[in-house]
Design a protein around this ligand. Structure first.
Ligand code: MN
Length: 201
């Protein structure tokens, strides 16, 4: 079974003015389609054809660059589209909000730490919020690695992911990653993040 590029749950211009239409279109139809195609050709004829993307990532050999990069890219972007929304932004509510306050002191502190994780990732990569064994953690990975991979710099089960590759913001923010991160907070779909958190409790 080949993996398919999922449709976005909103239109390309829906996240304006925070994330621009041109970026969303190229990111989805260019980059994410590319990772999807790359993954499908890399797993063709192997046992991975019958595995879920989560199983593939949990077992991929770090030296298998085609599956590592394209499988990571496939999964990371599926998550990324879902944890953004034109009705997003603001702060989480309920148990997740309580847990964020407990783990990081306040939502404002969480925002600062998550921003730091995104800014501190040199070159291309992702910032993450994970939830495992009752703990929320913030970290980052390089390139298209993600916390499900055994050998990742930062491991866990992601419930929020922020793409900090330049292709995610260059058209609008040029080199200013901090401006993009600030805008990203205005489109975070906290309802979706909360749903993922609750599914792991
Ligand atoms: Mn991307």
């Amino acid at each position: 079974m080949a993996f398919k590029l999922p449709e976005l749950p909103y239109t390309y211009d829906a996240l304006e003015p925070y994330i621009d239409e041109a970026t969303m279109r190229v990111h989805h139809t260019g980059h994410h389609q590319g990772y999807t195609n790359g993954l499908n050709s890399a797993i063709e004829g192997t046992d991975m054809e019958n595995m879920s993307i989560e199983e593939i990532l949990a077992t991929v050999d770090p030296c298998n660059k085609a599956v590592r990069n394209n499988g990571g890219g496939y999964f990371n972007h599926v998550l990324y589209w879902q944890i953004m929304s034109p009705n997003g932004g603001g702060e989480p509510s309920g148990e997740l909000a309580d847990h964020i306050n407990k783990a990081f002191g306040s939502f404002q502190n969480f925002k600062e730490l998550f921003t730091k994780a995104g800014l501190g990732r040199f070159g291309s990569g992702w910032a993450w919020l994970t939830f495992d064994n009752g703990s929320l953690r913030i970290g980052s990975t390089a390139n298209q690695d993600n916390p499900l991979m055994q050998f990742a710099d930062f491991k866990g089960t992601p419930i929020l992911g922020m793409d900090v590759w330049e292709h995610a913001y260059y058209l609008k923010h040029q080199n200013k990653r901090g401006g993009y991160i600030n805008d990203f907070f205005n489109v975070i779909n906290w309802k979706e993040v909360q749903k993922r958190y609750e599914s792991l409790i």
